[in-house]
Design a protein around this ligand. Structure first.
Ligand SMILES: [Zn+2]
Length: 239
């Protein structure tokens, strides 16, 4: 009797993952492109590679329906849609942390597909949307980088990121304001998308809202991500 109850609890606990056992679709990043007739920059927006950081994926979903560009191309990539569905950081099929698998000839199918998309489309800029568990201004001693923008060193960002921060912070109280993290550190063993872009000299920005476990309403985080996207596209003359 007790054994039966124990087994039932075990099966219920893993049931969501059993249903994912066959659909290898979970390994495929979901993506679409929005293009203009006029040539221009190509920008990749990548959302929710960590599935328990959903604001990026929802932001991209809104943009699919609402964004038109005057020139160039925007590639919208939901990096881990099954992870968003199951609220897991990892890809629930491969159980990999995709953002530790970005390197040349990666063995991780999803990371490899994302890199292929970036290279095939010769992207000029990458913006990568994540969510922290706290606020950098309050919790950075404990490692939270929530509410930060971390741009790569190219001068492109130096012109634009302080203005984005000002706009994001307009309606935020002091302890919840966004901050800039300028000094990206990458050694050869770090296999995040940030370090991959650094290695390949592609302008990149890591966006971290304060969002895990819904510490801010999802609407607010989507609004923050959308502000960032629109600011960059506007700066590039794409909208
Ligand atoms: Zn993340």
């Amino acid at each position: 009797m007790y054994l039966f109850i124990f087994l039932l609890i075990c099966i219920l606990a893993i049931y969501p993952y059993l249903s994912l056992a066959s659909p290898s679709v979970c390994l495929e990043p979901s993506y679409t492109t929005i293009t203009s007739e006029e040539s221009g920059p190509t920008i990749a927006l990548i959302g929710s590679v960590h599935g328990n950081e959903p604001a990026g994926a929802y932001t991209l979903l809104n943009l699919v329906h609402n964004l038109k560009v005057k020139k160039g191309k925007v590639i919208l990539i939901a990096g881990n849609p099954c992870g968003v569905a199951y609220d897991t950081r990892m890809n629930p099929y491969s159980w990999n942390d995709i953002n530790r698998e970005f390197y040349d000839s990666s063995y991780d199918h999803t990371a490899r597909k994302i890199l292929e998309l970036l290279h095939t489309n010769k992207v000029d800029v990458i913006v990568d949307f994540h969510e922290g568990w706290g606020w950098y201004t309050q919790n950075n001693l404990f490692g939270s980088i929530g509410s930060t923008l971390s741009p790569s060193p190219q001068s492109f960002w130096k012109d634009i990121v302080p203005s984005i921060i000002d706009e994001l912070n307009t309606n935020l109280v002091n302890e919840k304001k966004f901050a800039i993290r300028w000094n990206m550190e990458c050694d050869t063993s770090t296999k995040t998308l940030q370090c991959y872009a650094h290695k390949h000299d592609i302008p990149y920005m890591l966006v971290e809202t304060s969002g895990q476990n819904n510490i801010q309403p999802i609407e607010d985080r989507i609004a923050q991500d959308t502000t960032i996207v629109r600011y960059i596209l506007n700066y590039l003359g794409m909208i």
